[in-house]
Ligand binder design. Structure first.
Ligand SMILES: [Zn+2]
Ligand SMILES: [Zn+2]
Length: 235
């Protein structure tokens, strides 16, 4: 499976995946100009855009994508909070888009009905997990090949930022309640069958409370897999 990160982090999230026959966008949180600039694909060839929740860093360009002909899929709770368009669809627990079989799962975030996606290609048999903006991931999976998982913050960087007055205790509370940390990623990966994993993408890194090098090295050293980190971080 081909995975391209178009945008990641609180300034906007958008990912593109393809199995060679069909392609999908994951979230539409960056401005359309940037989507178009990075698009090495035609909007008309995209089988759909999977939206996780209604925060603007994930849904900003959904209506614009619909107008370009891209079907946008989301939970009922997200749909009720979003701008409406006839190409926006409320999805069931399992559905198909192009050659992909997709299963959704509930996440824990300060939004109406946040969901994650397990995406399996019926063409290649490969599977990809997409989970972002969540305090927890409710279950574990076998036979994953690609993992896109939020790694928003680390305890040590958060503590340093609080000591230095860059974060308040209220901001810390919200972060812990709504976003996945590096330590949680490590726990989640320990509980996951890693035998077939080809790539791990650590996504939605916090601007202040994350460090790409530290995050990649931590995960790579433990699990020995090809690992990338994405987000507009200070470090
Ligand atoms: Zn977000
Ligand atoms: Zn969010």
């Amino acid at each position: 499976m081909f995975v391209q990160v178009i945008g990641s982090g609180s300034s906007g999230n958008c990912y593109y995946i393809s199995d060679g026959a069909s392609s999908l966008m994951l979230d539409a949180g960056i401005c359309l100009r940037k989507v178009k600039m990075n698009m090495k694909f035609k909007a008309s060839s995209v089988a759909g855009c999977l939206i996780t929740h209604e925060h603007s860093d994930h849904i900003r360009s959904a209506e614009a994508l619909c107008k370009m002909g891209v079907e946008c899929f989301m939970s009922e709770g997200t749909y009720l909070k979003s701008v409406k368009h006839y190409r926006m669809s409320i999805i069931k627990k399992k559905f198909k888009a192009g050659t992909f079989n997709i299963t959704t799962f509930d996440l824990e975030h300060d939004s109406a009905q946040p969901i994650g996606y397990l995406i399996r290609s019926s063409l290649t048999g490969e599977s990809l997990l997409y989970a972002t903006d969540t305090a927890s991931i409710p279950t574990t999976w076998d036979n994953l090949n690609y993992i896109l998982v939020e790694a928003n913050w680390s305890q040590s960087l958060l503590d340093t930022n609080i000591t230095n007055g860059l974060m308040t205790s209220e901001m810390k509370e919200r972060l812990i309640r709504t976003h996945f940390s590096l330590a949680k990623v490590v726990d989640f990966l320990w509980a996951t069958d890693m035998s077939k994993v080809k790539q791990i993408h650590l996504i939605h890194l916090s601007h202040k409370n994350a460090n790409k090098e530290l995050f990649v090295n931590t995960v790579q050293e433990i699990f020995g897999k090809e690992t990338y980190a994405w987000g507009t971080t200070v470090g």
